[in-house]
Design a protein around this ligand. Sequence first.
Ligand code: SF4
Ligand code: SF4
Length: 316
Amino acid sequence: MCDYLGSHFSEDMEINQKLKEEIIHYLHDRGADIVGVALPKTWWQEGVVPESYRPDSLWPPTRSVIVIGIQMPLPIVETTPSTQHMELYRTCNSMLDNMAFELTLWLNRRGHASIFLSRDGYANIEVLIKKPAAAFSHNFAAQYAGLGNVGVNHTILTRQFGPRVRFVSVFTEAELIPDQMLKKRLCIRCGACVDCCPVNAFNISKDELLTDREVVVADYDKLACAKRHKLLRDKGCYPCGICIKVCPVGEDRKLYGRENALRHYRDEVESIARGPDDPLYKSWIHIRSHGGWPIDQETTLEHISEDQSEKAKKEG
Ligand code: SF4
Ligand code: SF4
């Protein structure tokens, strides 16, 4: 009797593992960088996400959550706030939604009822200011699916891309083998995200950063961050993402030769305020000056205009 049950159990495991491999293969072929699987029970075991935001509360047949991540290439993230960064963000989002929708249909057609919840999903910043939450957090899903863990800046840091990655989730009634959550924290608690945030949205002391590992994330002023986003949205260079740009975690830095860029980021505001000709920032300024321009850099814009009209006078 026991042997009979045991052989069925291992057969099921094999089928589930095979389906998971097919799903991963399918997603990688469509452009996913990282894929992980979490079980709904993890939300209950961890007990952090409010009950109504958990996968099987949102859709009771859910037996597995498939989380898909794609990278945001660092050199464009570094130009933030810029219209190019905004377009990259939008492209990543629509690619994720397309992948999640295609996977949902692919699973449905194989008899595994599935749904997906788009990333973000809060309509607009005004709504987010009033109610700073989406119906489902893909960040917790990514963490529970073993793709990364939370940094001081409240984003999910991954080994491959640090926080420069976006996620979407597919809920399915297929039972898949889950991935293990990462044991080691990836955040090195350098404090760069805290120091570089233009609206000081993070509050954590140096002592807490250096010695108190119990304090996993900084206090986060969501409203200040959302208001900053409203301003950038109005200027056409949304989202902010400076705390994502400056984070030193991620193998993507190696690819782009940007392992030691912290000084570059820390000096940015002062150097740009001094003038647009600093070779270290020239290409960022060029990109930012085409498309939207954030209000708090209008002085620099004026400086550029003056500079250009001076040149024009000399030339002509
Ligand atoms: S996104 Fe920008 S405003 Fe919001 S916390 Fe990060 S750095 Fe601060
Ligand atoms: S910038 Fe530093 S403190 Fe902030 S999340 Fe990244 S590693 Fe952690």
